[in-house]
Design a protein around this ligand. Structure first.
Ligand code: SAM
Length: 217
């Protein structure tokens, strides 16, 4: 039943780098391979929560592209863009839409060490007018070629790795940024996913874990 110490320490290492104040909101990004690639990038950058709305008829599913990274990210779906944006604003996120307008700033001019959410638009239509009006600012990745936009998952990666660069420079990955209760809860759920469900069903508190991830009863 106990997991291998090596896996437990790897899980701890990853969790200690998670950035609860950096997130992504996808608006009608519905192609599974795009969503999966975004999730995979989020995992690499240390994002814990991804927010999503989907008003298209196509239901996103995770394909193999995410390489299982969706297990290490919490995906929150919201009924509409206003609800999603309000939810993030209540948590004090500044929301930047990756969106082409005459007000757009170069994506490198943003301070991503502050609580930041990046809004990404649909493959075909981009960010909706409603969303563009509700966010705190617009950012662009300068395009110098013939094509006017990047694939949405590529745009996500470019912006998120700039956020990672800034956060590394500020040593924001050096110590755990999660509060202790949340950290312990997620650590148990990632270490023992099936057991965690059984504890939840019984309405019981998770047991403590020892130095190498062993369950202490
Ligand atoms: N025709 C759409 C438009 O005009 O917005 C293109 C959508 S693009 C394929 C999908 C999403 O990727 C965009 O909504 C945006 O969030 C992001 N994106 C793509 N290229 C970008 C760039 N150069 N700068 C900022 N965001 C970009």
């Amino acid at each position: 039943m106990n997991l291998l110490p090596r896996r437990y320490h790897r899980i701890k290492q990853v969790l200690e780098k998670r950035q609860p104040d950096l997130t992504v909101l996808t608006e009608d990004v519905h192609k599974p391979h795009n969503l999966s690639a975004i999730i995979r990038t989020c995992d690499a950058v240390g994002i814990l929560d991804v927010h999503s709305i989907n008003t298209t008829d196509e239901f996103p599913t995770f394909s193999q592209v995410s390489q299982g990274s969706d297990k290490w990210i919490f995906l929150h779906t919201h009924p509409d863009i206003k609800t999603a944006i309000n939810h993030l604003k209540r948590q004090k996120f500044k929301i930047y839409a990756a969106h082409f307008t005459d007000k757009s700033l170069d994506y490198r001019d943003i301070d991503y060490t502050q609580p930041t959410a990046i809004l990404l638009g649909a493959e075909k239509w981009g960010v909706s007018k409603q969303a563009a009006n509700l966010v705190d600012g617009h950012i662009i990745i300068p395009m110098l070629g013939m094509v006017q936009s990047l694939n949405v998952s590529v745009a996500a990666a470019v912006i998120l790795f700039e956020a990672q660069r800034q956060r590394l420079a500020k040593k924001m990955y050096d110590t755990s940024r999660l509060d202790s209760d949340k950290y312990q809860k997620i650590l148990f759920e990632w270490s023992y996913p099936n057991l965690a469900i059984r504890y939840q069903q019984k309405g019981e508190k998770y047991p403590s874990l020892g130095e190498n991830g062993e369950i202490i009863v």
